[in-house]
Design a protein around this ligand. Structure first.
Ligand code: GUN
Length: 282
């Protein structure tokens, strides 16, 4: 029998805690906590993510500042906005929704000071995570770690396999699991024996963006399966990277899509913003 890891419910309980912390911060300092959310262009998935992030801000009492830039904005235009947000004392966190349109370079993100980098994407934050030093941790992998913690799933000494090596999920995920004493394997599109690698996983995290790519023959009996994918299946229905209906029968724990990792990601963004405000106060 498998247990469903209900990210949505865990996220709600963490958001209630954050709401209290934010209220206490405001009472103590007399200041708001501000998060700037920058969206360039009209990517429909990004629009939904940004809307949900702004909604989450309302839920926990963080003041959101939304900046919707036209698709045609220049690199200079984006950089001018980020420079002014970097200097704005009312704003403790800045996030630029990715991916940017192809004519813009991610180099603009370098204008976000490390202290306001609530996505944990900066070179310093990623470097500090690699060194196992205090860092702002990217929200999705951070949310996955929180889910494992909530379910008391042991990581130390376990075989963890991360499928996907992106800078925003796969790499920081592998670092977090390694820092928690797992033996970590990172697989990607050029991995030769993916099935054999996955079969070794006590904890499997998939973040590749391919609908139902992880099938039950790739799963070790009793594994924990974390699905970071957010895809559409052949009928246009939301689904993860994992063939949930078949894979669940072999698992001890599994996350659903939707309602699994997604709500946790946004919750950790709220938490990172609160932590950024605390740091800026001290
Ligand atoms: N695009 C996909 N995931 C993320 C995320 O966690 N943060 C930002 N800023 N953009 C994303």
């Amino acid at each position: 029998m498998f247990k469903l890891i209900e990210g949505k419910a865990i996220a709600q309980s963490i958001r209630a805690e954050i709401r209290e912390k934010v209220a206490a911060f405001k009472a103590e300092t007399g200041n708001e906590i501000g998060l700037a959310v920058v969206l360039v262009g009209e990517n429909p998935a990004s629009q939904i993510y940004v809307r949900n992030k702004i909604k989450a801000c309302e839920e926990v009492g963080i003041k959101s500042y939304a900046y919707y830039l036209p698709e045609a904005v220049t690199q200079n235009g984006l950089e001018e906005l980020l420079s002014s947000l970097a200097q704005n004392d009312e704003i403790q966190g800045i996030l630029v929704q990715l991916p940017l349109p192809t004519h813009l370079s991610d180099k603009a993100l370098k204008l976000i000071p490390d202290g306001k980098d609530v996505d944990g994407f900066s070179e310093n934050n990623i470097g500090r995570l690699c060194l196992n030093l205090p860092a702002t941790v990217a929200c999705t992998p951070y949310g996955v770690m929180k889910m494992l913690e909530y379910e008391h799933i042991e990581i130390r000494g376990k075989n963890a396999v991360v499928v996907g090596r992106s800078n925003i999920v796969g790499k920081p995920m592998a670092m977090l699991l390694m820092n928690a004493d797992a033996t970590v394997t990172v697989c990607h599109s050029k991995t030769k024996n993916l099935k054999e690698q996955c079969l070794k996983a006590d904890i499997l995290v998939s973040a590749i963006g391919k609908p139902k790519f992880i099938t039950s023959d790739m799963i070790k009996e009793g594994a924990t399966v974390i699905d970071v994918g957010m895809n559409r299946d052949e009928n246009g229905k939301l689904c993860g990277d994992v063939d949930f209906e078949r894979v669940k029968e072999k698992c001890s724990y599994i996350t659903p899509v939707p309602g699994g990792v997604g709500p946790m990601t946004i919750t950790m963004l709220m938490y990172n913003t609160y932590l950024a405000a605390l740091r800026s106060k001290n």
